[in-house]
Design a protein around this ligand. Sequence first.
Ligand code: PAF
Length: 283
Amino acid sequence: MKVYTEKQEIIVAIDAFKEKNQTLGLVPTMGALHKGHLALVKKALKNNDKVVVSIFVNPTQFDNKEDLVKYPRTLERDVELLSSINKDAILVYAPSVDDIYEGNTVSETFEFDGLEFEMEGKFRTGHFDGVGTIIKRLFSIINPDNAYFGEKDFQQLAIIKKLVEKHHIPVTIVPCPISREASGLAMSSRNTRLKPAYKEAAPFIYKTLTTAKAHFGTKSANKVSQWVEKQFESHNLLKLEYFIIADASTLKTINRKTKNKKYRAFIAVYADDVRLIDNIALN
Ligand code: PAF
């Protein structure tokens, strides 16, 4: 399988596919691939002639230097995993920071109609400017017909849809359901950093989300939030950063339920120094 490290090279390959009217899918990743990523790649392979998987730990989306340094980097294994799915239809783009940022590793500033100020935007300064910057650059280099994103990063997905709409980028964004371990823990590259006791404790996050969903049927949003906060107060390994019930389209926290609206619960938890996020549709 071909691994491209320079944009000029992959652009030549992509131009050749486009001349043959082949369709192109993009699965943007930061590597340390797990079954969740592979599910995105498999879906992309079903709907496109060729699929580019980008593997790039994007420095501008990290507000925490230590998180950036510790982010797992496993390119050789990632390429092996992708080869085991399909050697011919997948192209890997694993650029250097310089290939993407050309000596100026800074984010563009974006406006995402307020989506960027909720949840992750409050706790990770500049994160979505970094995500917007890398995704806009990848779209411009790869020029995909379809791009695949997991719903685990639901806010990121909403922001990328907004980016595409506001910048008139001709790509279809395909949302993909959250992949979970048998324990219910949402798959994440960060899970590999969990020490055994924390790995064992982490499924509590999804268990709490599913019980919160059941409570949401009969209780107010505030009562459900209080209940969740209480569950974590008494937990000796997991530290709750936030639990929020929000309107699924504006991502604004709700105080009251309104008929015909879609709601979602979002959670961020520290398991030692590993930050885990998850979310669930409530109705
Ligand atoms: O979700 C991720 O892995 C990253 O935020 C993404 C979309 C690849 C951008 O760097």
